[in-house]
Write a protein that binds this ligand. Structure first.
Ligand SMILES: C[S@@+](CC[C@H](N)C(=O)[O-])C[C@H]1O[C@@H](n2cnc3c(N)ncnc32)[C@H](O)[C@@H]1O
Ligand code: SF4
Length: 370
């Protein structure tokens, strides 16, 4: 079972029941056959079904990237890049430590992970340790040689395609659309599950219909749509990018309509406040915030973070016991403060300080408790 992950995500998806706000259905996306299984569950006393359990890790293997996205959450961008990335052997040891701490799934990301000269070996190593894997990539550097090297043990590849040609260029500031689309077709030709991610902004929210027609044509298995997080360069470009709650609701209504005829399975990634969905009559599956609940992230230097967007190290994987870091201190406190369904906890924490309330769901923002 491969949890479908995007930039800051989620071992599961919660569908709020319109008849009972506290009842949810847990939906797991199984990458082996891209089917969805739905298991009813209940939110009780503020805790999502399943509780706190470390299940997945997002492993940033490189700082570098060959694109320059306006919203990139990596907050080393634009600053002097640290020269402290883990060496390959340390990365392999980090994978073993994650496995020992209970991690069952690893998402390899960055920066751009395909810039790592031994990314295929890292994926193979994670697989040999019994973990499922996902590669999260901008899709510009995928080669047949790489695909041949990983096709028998990778769980899937998620390509960030942020719109059609004009939108992709406006966001990434590189003319890379045609190459990405060609590489997506290659991924399918190699029989690898293909996922996409689209981060919703003012610059691309208008192209949904044509975008999904393209994904259908390529044969994308699951398309994720992610709300913008207030992290990294997105903070600098916030007003240019962020959409309002009304615009977000309108976007989701359009998405719901298109979903009726789309061949591509649609997934609302990036933690969304389920109260917002209910308030707007949106019967949508939505990702939960997994910070402190099910996921950790590892920075290229080994720092252990609550999620890839939340640059608050709770230790370093070279010397910190991952299980201990999970079971006590900030991660444990954070995980006890939410049940995953209240939206992005980082956005809430930030909305108190650096930004105006950035995310949908005024109720959720009022409930901020960090
Ligand atoms: C940080 S990138 C790293 C992997 C790779 N370079 C890529 O673009 O897929 C991972 C994902 O995060 C998303 N992302 C980046 N900044 C974001 C932000 N501020 N809010 C929400 N998603 C963001 C990107 O769209 C991408 O899908
Ligand atoms: S979102 Fe991905 S592709 Fe874009 S700048 Fe960040 S790391 Fe690079």
């Amino acid at each position: 079972m491969l949890p479908l992950l995007t930039s800051c995500c989620t071992a599961s998806v919660e569908r709020p029941s319109t008849s009972h706000p506290k009842q949810v259905c847990r939906i797991s996306i199984d990458s082996d056959n891209a089917r969805t299984s739905i298991v009813p569950g209940h939110v009780q006393q503020g805790k999502a079904d399943g509780g706190r359990q470390l299940q997945s890790a997002t492993f940033l293997v490189k700082y570098d990237c060959n694109l320059n996205c306006k919203f990139c959450l990596n907050d080393w961008r634009g600053k002097k890049r640290p020269n402290d990335e883990l060496a390959f052997e340390q990365q392999k040891q980090a994978l073993q430590k994650l496995r020992d701490a209970g991690v069952r799934h690893v998402t390899f990301t960055g920066g751009e992970p395909t810039l790592h000269p031994r990314i295929a070996d890292l994926i193979r190593h994670a697989h040999s340790l019994g973990m499922t894997t996902l590669l999260q990539t901008n899709g510009t550097r995928i080669t047949d040689e790489f695909l041949r090297a990983v096709q028998s043990f990778i769980g899937g590849i998620q390509v960030s395609l942020e719109g059609l040609r004009d939108e992709q260029k406006a966001i990434s500031r590189v003319d890379c659309f045609d190459g990405i689309v060609a590489n997506m077709r290659k991924i399918k030709q190699h029989g690898i599950k293909l996922f996409t991610n689209f981060t919703i902004t003012k610059l691309n929210k208008h192209c949904l219909k044509d975008y999904l027609a393209l994904l259908d044509d390529i044969g994308v298995d699951v398309a994720s749509f992610t709300r913008l997080y207030p992290a990294g360069r997105a903070i600098d470009n916030w007003q240019e990018l962020v959409i309002s709650g009304e615009e977000y609701a309108a976007f989701l209504r359009e998405l719901k309509e298109i979903e009726k005829t789309s061949k591509t399975r649609i997934y609302l990634a990036g933690p969304t406040d389920t109260a917002f969905l209910l308030d707007n009559g949106l019967d949508f599956s939505a990702a939960t915030c997994s910070a402190g609940r099910n996921e950790i992230a590892i920075n290229p230097n080994g720092d252990i973070l609550p999620c890839p967007s939340w640059n608050k190290p709770v230790g370093n994987i070279v010397k910190t016991d991952v299980k201990a870091a999970w079971e006590q201190g900030f991660l444990a406190d954070l995980g006890e403060q939410h049940d995953g369904t209240q939206g992005c906890m980082l956005a809430r924490a930030r909305s108190k300080t650096e930004l105006e309330p950035p995310v949908v769901g005024e109720q959720a923002l009022k409930a901020t408790s960090l």
